[in-house]
Design a protein around this ligand. Sequence first.
Ligand SMILES: [Zn+2]
Length: 293
Amino acid sequence: MKDTLVKAIAHTGRIRITVASTTHLVEEAHQRHQTWPTASAALGRALGMAAIMGSDLKNDDEKISIVIKGDGPLGDVVVEGRNNGTVRGYVNHPDVYLVNDQNKLDVSKAVGKGSLTVTRHTGLKVDYTSSVELQTGEIGDDFAYYYFMSEQIPSAISVGVLVGEDSSILSAGALVIEVMPEATDADIDIIEDVVEHLKPISQIIHEGMDARELALALFQDVEILDEKELSFECTCSREQMSATLSMLDVSELKTFIDEDDGCEMICHYCNTHYQFTPEDIAEVIHQKISHVN
Ligand SMILES: [Zn+2]
């Protein structure tokens, strides 16, 4: 079963639904970054929201970037999403494993207090950024607060990651139910009832339901508008890393050749290691000098 994202409406458009099943992409993030269980849960929840918010973008060259900056042991959780269904992301400190009194992964404590910042990169000159204070650090609650404060849309959000005993990802998903301005009191009552009886999304997906089935099961008259595949995919490249290297001073680049026998550049988002030999660096210097002239 592939990771998918489904957009749907119910009650003739007065309720908007977006569901993402993200098990494989969260497992990929876990493997790339070697995240411990609580870090996997925090990063996985954020990646689910990146997939959902990315799917709302209109153009291919736009992206959403989300930074959850807390004072807990995880450090920053940084994720990005695009409307082609690709996401990428990392946490500063992947080696976090905290459980609470109920023996559940303690994401709240791992994230701590701080802020949630969402930036829409338009591909043009102007980016749009808005930021809210973290409410609980559980991530779902924090995004619900963000939706309400920044877009004045009341929403119910469920994000979850189920981590196995061997630290692999058993299931993961995200669900956003938005109450459109035309919604009636009766609609809101129904939403509250649905949300109250909803099992954790990671459990629903673990039991075998896919994103489409879950969307259809939520309300009586769900209409599916769009469905697409999701994946963890990074946009980094050797060329990009080489361009970053060439921004350093020539003297600094020469130290990599003379003293370090080359250098290694690491992409934060996907943890790919790019090796540059002394010959590669000499070429970067050559390009840099000929570029200046
Ligand atoms: Zn990368």
